[in-house]
Design a protein around this ligand. Structure first.
Ligand code: ATP
Length: 941
C-alpha cells in the first residue's frame, strides 16, 4: 500500500455512495454512533493518533542513567578497588566501594525521578493543548478530544476546523479544504459528497477529507473511515519516521557550557591525580586506587552533566505556572522565546476589547437615533436624537428597515434563559442587531416573514456578508440583504434609502455617509452599514459575491465595544518592559486609532496604516513603516504575515494573535503565535505556540512576565550549580597543590594520603547540595522585577561575562574558606594554632564546603539584589537547605555514616567556625553586589 493509493477502506469509500459507506460502518448518518459503541470501538482499535517511537520501558530508562561515561569510569574504579581489596585479603568491609556504589545508585534514582517529572510535564502539556473534534454521538453534537474519534463517527466540519481523521463526505456546503500538509498543494480544494467513478490520487478525491488538513471555508459532515496510523497522514508518518526536534538555542548553549566545563573539570581531575601520584610517591595498589577514586569522583561531582535535565524540569514547572495564568504554551521552548518577545501584535476585538457589542447609534438619511442600554438585555429606549422622542415617520421606517435586514443577514441568536437573563449564541457583532431590533419593536419575529434561501458568508477578507431571502408576504419575491464594513459596502451600493423611497446615491450623499462613518469612528464606535436590493430568481442562481452589487444603502450603526478593564495597564506594563504593542484590526482606521489612543498604543503622531496602503507598499517601505506605526486597520489576514516578516527583518521577536483560519500562516511565522482559546479556530490553535484561555491581551503580558521570571530562575540555578562545582574543583585542586602551605602534608606524615577531601565526601556534597536547591530555584518567586529591563536579545548568551566572573569569584571564595578552615584546625600552615588531627580538620573543611554551597544558594537568587531581599519567600529553597543541613549533621555525627564517609564528631566550636567561615561566601557576594549596583547606578546616572 502506498500513501497515494490509500487503504482498501478508503478506496472503497471514494467509489461508494456515502449512505452505503455509513451502512457498511454500522452508523446512522443522522444520529452518529452511540457513546457506548464509540467507547467499544475506541477500546478495540485504539486512539486516533500518529504513534511515534514507543517510549522505552522504565527499567531501561533507569539503566540509561548509568550510561554517563563518567559514572562508567567510577564503576570501573570501584571494581578495581574491590579487586584490590580481595587481593589484599578481603578484610572488613570495602567501605569506599560500597559507599560510592550506593551514592551512584542514589544519583541515578534522583536523575530518573527528575527525568520522569520532566516527561510527565511534557505529556501534560500535550494534553492541555490537545486537539478536539466535533462529532455526532447519540444524535447530538459533541466536542471530543481528537484522539477519541473512531471509525464510523460522523465528523461535523466548519470553517477553521482541523480534520481529525480520514472521512467520506456525506454532506457539504461550500466546503473548501486546505490539504497542503498532505499534498503540498497550497490552494484550497473544493469538496462535495459526489461518488467518484474511478480512483484518483489523494488530491483529486473530492468526496474525502483527510486527517491533518484544515477546513478553510464552508461546512460539512463526513463519515470517518480511517483513524490514527491507518490514515493517509499515518502512512506518511511511517515513511518519514519520527522527526527529531531541533534543540532550542538555550538547550544548545547549556549543553555546550556543560561540555566545556566537563572537559575543564576532567582536565583538572587528571592533573590533580598526577600531582597526587608524584607528591605522595604512590606505591601500593590501595593508594593508587584511592587517587583514582578521588580523581574520578571529582569529575563525577563537578561535571555539570545534569544541567539539561534540570533545565527541562524548570521549564516544565514554568509551563505549568503559565497554565495557571490561563496561557497554555504548546512546547517547552516557547517559554524562553516569551522572555525575549519585543513586540506584541494584537487583534483588537475581543483581545483588547471585551467583544460585548452594543448598538448605540443608528444614522440614516433622515436623521439619527440613539439606543440606550448596555449588554444583551433588550431593554433601553430608542430615541430620535433631534427631538428626544421615539422616532417617527421616515426616520422610524429607515431605522426599522436597517435593523430588520441586518437581523436577517445574521447567523446569531438571542435567547432568554430560565433565570430571565439574556444570552447570545454566535457572533456578538451580529447579535447586537437582534438586541437593537427588540429594543425598537419588542418581540415581533421578523424571521417568520422571510425564508432564507442562501448566503455569502462573512469573513475577515470580505468584511461583509449577505443573504438571499424570500419574502413570504410578497409572493416569495427574492431580496439580497447585506451588512458589512460601511466603506466596503458603499462600494457595492448605487442607491440609498430615503424614507420609503429609494434615491440615487450621488456623490453628495456618498460623502455624507462617509462623513457619518468618520464621525462615529472618531468616537470609538465600530461601524457597520446595511443594504438591500431585489433580485430575480435567475440572477440569484447561483448566489455569490457578484450578486452583492447595485445595492440600496440603508444606514450606518455605531456599535460600542468597550476596552477590557485591564488592557490599558497591560499595554503600559508591556511598554515598561520594552515590549511594543501593535494593534492589527479589521475595523475602521478611525475607530482603531481612537481605541489605540485610549489604550496608550499610539503616540498620536503616526496615523493608522490601512490594509490598502499596506498592500501598495514594497518590502522596504513596509520595514520602515512598522518601525513607527503601531495601528493597522481594515487589514486582511494575509497582511498580518507581511507585518510579522517586516518586524522580524529588524530583529524583533514577535508575538502575534489570531483567531481565524486565515491567520494560521502569520501565527506560524511569528516567534510566538498566540491563538484565542475561546473564539479561536482549531487550525489557529494548532498553528500557535501559545493558547490564551481567556482571549485576553493582558494574559500575553502576564505570560511574557512569567517567561522572563522562568528565564531568571534558569539563571539562578546555573549560577548556583556552576559556582558550587567550580568551588569543589578549586578546593580539591588547590588542596592538593598547596598541601604543604596549609599544613596538610605535615598532618599526614607518611601514613595517610595527602588529600583535602575524600572521594566519598566529594560525591556526598554533590548529592546533598546540588539537586534540591537547584530545583527549588526553578520555582523561585521573583526577586528582581522582570519587567524592569528591556527584552533579552536572543543572540545574547545566558551566561554572560559578568555572570561568569561572579561564578568564578564564588568558586574561589569557596575553595579559599574550605582550605582555610582546614588550616585553622591543623597544626602548622599559614594560620598557626591548630591542634587537630587530619580527620577532624577534614570533617570541618568538608562541612564548611557544604554550608558554603547552601549559603551560595541564597546568593544565587539574584545577580545584583541582596540575598536578604525577600529572603524567606521560597519555602522550597529553605526546605531543601534545611534537609541538607540535617543530612550534613548526620554524616558528621552518626557513627555508621562516620565510618562510611571518613568523618568524625565535631564540637560546638568547630561547628561554629565551619558555619562562620562558610557564611563568608554570602558576605563576599553581598559586597560584589553592592559594587555592581553602584556601577549600574553610575552608568544609569
Ligand atoms: P479584529 O480586531 O480582531 O481584527 P474586527 O472585528 O475589527 O476584529 P473583523 O472581524 O475582520 O475585524 O471585521 C472587520 C469589519 O467587518 C468590521 O469592522 C465590521 O465592519 C465588519 N464585520 C464584522 N463582523 C461582521 C459580520 N458578522 N457581518 C458583516 N460584517 C461584519
Amino acid at each position: 500500500m502506498t500513501p497515494a493509493d490509500g487503504s482498501d477502506t478508503e478506496r472503497h469509500a471514494v467509489l461508494t455512495p456515502a449512505a452505503e459507506v455509513a451502512a457498511d460502518l454500522g452508523v446512522n448518518p443522522d444520529t452518529g454512533l452511540s457513546q457506548h459503541e464509540a467507547r467499544r470501538r475506541l477500546a478495540a482499535h485504539g486512539p486516533n493518533e500518529l504513534v511515534g517511537t514507543a517510549a522505552a520501558p522504565a527499567w531501561l530508562r533507569f539503566l540509561a542513567q548509568f550510561k554517563d561515561p563518567l559514572v562508567f569510569l567510577l564503576l570501573i574504579a570501584i571494581a578495581i578497588s574491590l579487586i584490590a581489596w580481595i587481593i589484599e585479603g578481603a578484610h572488613g568491609v570495602p567501605i569506599d566501594a560500597v559507599v560510592i556504589g550506593a551514592i551512584v545508585v542514589l544519583n541515578a534514582i534522583v536523575g530518573y525521578i527528575q527525568e520522569n517529572r520532566a516527561a510527565d510535564a511534557v505529556a501534560a502539556l500535550q494534553n492541555m493543548a490537545a486537539a478536539t473534534a466535533t462529532v455526532l454521538r447519540d444524535g447530538s453534537r459533541t466536542t471530543i478530544p481528537a484522539t477519541d474519534v473512531v471509525v464510523g463517527d460522523i465528523l461535523i466540519l466548519g470553517e477553521g476546523d482541523a480534520v481529525a481523521a480520514d472521512a467520506r463526505l456525506g454532506h457539504a456546503e461550500g466546503l473548501r479544504v486546505q490539504e497542503s500538509a498532505l499534498t503540498g498543494e497550497a490552494e484550497s480544494v473544493d469538496k462535495d459528497n459526489r461518488t467518484l467513478s474511478e480512483l484518483s490520487g489523494i488530491g483529486d478525491r473530492t468526496n474525502m477529507v483527510f486527517k491533518g488538513t484544515a477546513v478553510s471555508q464552508g461546512t460539512g459532515r463526513a463519515i470517518v473511515v480511517a483513524t490514527g496510523m491507518d490514515t493517509e497522514m499515518g502512512a506518511i508518518a511511517t515513511m518519514l519516521d519520527s522527526t527529531v526536534s531541533e534543540p532550542s538555542p538555550l538547550e544548545k548553549e547549556i549543553s555546550s557550557v556543560s561540555k566545556m566545563l566537563g572537559i575543564l573539570v576532567i582536565g583538572i581531575a587528571v592533573v590533580t591525580m598526577l600531582v597526587l601520584f608524584v607528591v605522595n610517591n604512590v606505591s601500593t595498589v590501595a593508594e593508587a586506587v584511592e587517587v583514582l577514586l578521588l580523581g574520578v569522583s571529582l569529575a563525577v561531582a563537578a561535571v555539570p552533566e545534569g544541567l539539561p535535565a534540570i533545565l527541562t524540569v524548570v521549564l516544565a514547572i514554568g509551563v505549568q505556572k503559565l497554565a495557571e495564568h490561563r496561557a497554555v504554551v504548546t512546547e517547552l521552548h516557547s517559554v524562553e522565546t516569551l522572555g525575549s518577545a519585543s513586540v506584541i501584535c494584537s487583534d483588537k476585538t475581543g483581545t483588547l476589547t471585551r467583544n460585548e457589542m452594543t448598538i448605540q447609534r443608528i444614522v440614516t438619511s433622515s436623521g439619527s437615533v440613539s439606543v440606550a442600554g448596555i449588554g444583551y438585555a433588550p431593554e433601553g429606549e430608542v430615541l430620535d436624537e433631534a427631538t428626544g422622542q421615539a422616532p417617527t415617520g421616515a426616520l422610524y421606517f429607515e431605522s426599522r428597515r436597517l435593523l430588520v435586514e441586518a437581523s436577517l443577514a445574521n447567523d446569531a441568536d438571542l435567547q432568554q434563559a430560565d433565570d430571565g437573563s439574556w444570552q447570545i449564541i454566535g457572533d456578538p457583532t451580529e447579535a447586537s442587531f437582534l438586541v437593537a431590533l427588540r429594543k425598537l419593536e419588542g418581540a415581533a419575529d421578523r424571521a417568520a416573514d422571510f425564508e432564507r434561501r442562501n448566503s455569502v458568508p462573512f469573513n475577515s477578507d470580505r468584511k461583509m456578508m449577505s443573504v438571499l431571502q424570500a419574502d413570504r408576504a410578497a409572493d416569495g419575491n427574492l431580496k439580497v440583504m447585506a451588512k458589512g464594513a460601511p466603506d466596503v459596502l458603499l462600494g457595492r451600493c448605487v442607491k440609498i434609502q430615503v424614507g420609503e423611497k429609494v434615491m440615487d446615491l450621488d456623490d453628495r450623499r456618498r460623502a455624507e455617509v462617509l462623513q457619518t462613518v468618520e464621525d462615529l469612528s472618531g468616537q470609538a464606535y465600530r461601524t457597520m452599514g446595511v443594504a438591500w436590493r431585489e433580485i430575480t430568481p435567475q440572477d440569484a442562481d447561483p448566489f455569490d459575491e457578484e450578486d452583492e452589487s447595485d445595492l440600496v444603502y440603508v444606514g450606518t450603526v455605531g456599535i460600542i465595544d468597550p476596552p477590557r478593564d485591564e488592557a490599558a495597564s497591560a499595554v503600559a506594563e508591556a511598554h515598561r518592559a520594552g515590549v511594543r504593542t501593535i494593534m492589527i484590526t479589521g475595523d475602521h482606521p478611525t475607530t482603531a486609532s481612537r481605541i489605540a489612543a485610549d489604550l496608550g498604543i499610539t503616540d498620536g503622531v503616526h496615523p493608522a496604516v490601512t490594509g490598502a496602503a499596506l498592500q501598495a507598499m514594497d518590502e522596504a517601505s513596509l520595514i520602515e513603516t512598522v518601525k513607527d506605526n503601531s495601528v493597522y486597520a481594515r487589514v486582511a489576514p494575509e497582511h498580518k504575515l507581511r507585518i510579522v516578516n517586516a518586524l522580524q527583518h529588524d530583529g524583533s521577536v514577535v508575538a502575534m494573535t489570531g483567531d481565524g483560519v486565515n491567520d494560521a500562516p502569520a501565527l506560524k511565522t511569528a516567534d510566538i503565535g498566540v491563538a484565542m482559546g475561546i473564539t479561536g479556530t482549531e487550525v489557529t490553535k494548532q498553528a500557535a505556540r501559545m493558547i490564551l484561555g481567556d482571549d485576553n491581551f493582558a494574559t500575553i503580558v502576564t505570560a511574557i512576565r512569567q517567561g522572563r521570571s522562568i528565564f531568571a530562575n534558569i539563571k539562578k540555578f546555573l549560577r548556583y550549580l556552576l559556582s558550587s562545582n567550580v568551588g569543589e574543583v578549586i578546593t580539591v585542586f588547590f588542596g592538593v597543590l598547596l598541601a604543604g602551605v596549609i599544613g596538610l602534608s605535615q598532618a599526614s606524615p607518611g601514613a595517610e594520603m595527602v588529600i583535602p577531601l575524600l572521594a566519598t565526601q566529594i560525591l556526598w556534597i554533590n548529592l546533598v547540595t546540588d539537586t534540591g536547591p537547584a530545583l527549588a530555584m526553578g520555582v523561585d518567586p521573583e526577586v528582581d522585577d522582570p519587567m524592569a529591563l528591556p527584552p533579552r536579545d536572543q543572540s545574547e548568551r545566558i551566561i554572560d561575562r559578568q555572570m561568569w566572573s561572579g561564578i568564578v569569584l564564588i568558586g574561589l571564595v569557596m575553595g579559599a574558606i574550605t582550605l582555610a578552615t582546614m588550616d585553622i584546625f591543623l597544626p602548622g600552615g599559614l594560620i598557626p594554632g591548630g591542634t587537630d588531627d587530619l580527620e577532624t580538620a577534614r570533617t570541618a573543611a568538608f562541612t564548611t564546603l557544604v554550608f558554603a554551597q547552601l549559603f551560595n544558594a541564597l546568593n544565587s537568587r539574584s545577580e545584583t539584589t541582596s540575598a536578604f531581599h525577600r529572603l524567606f519567600s521560597n519555602r522550597w529553597l529553605w526546605g531543601s537547605v534545611a534537609l541538607a543541613v540535617v543530612l550534613q549533621v548526620a554524616v558528621v555525627e552518626v557513627p555508621f555514616l562516620q565510618t562510611a564517609f571518613g568523618t568524625t564528631s565535631l564540637d560546638l566550636a568547630h561547628w561554629a567556625i565551619a558555619v562562620g567561615m562558610s557564611s563568608l561566601v554570602l558576605w563576599v557576594d553581598e559586597i560584589r553586589k553592592v559594587v555592581l549596583r553602584r556601577r549600574v547606578g553610575s552608568v544609569a546616572a
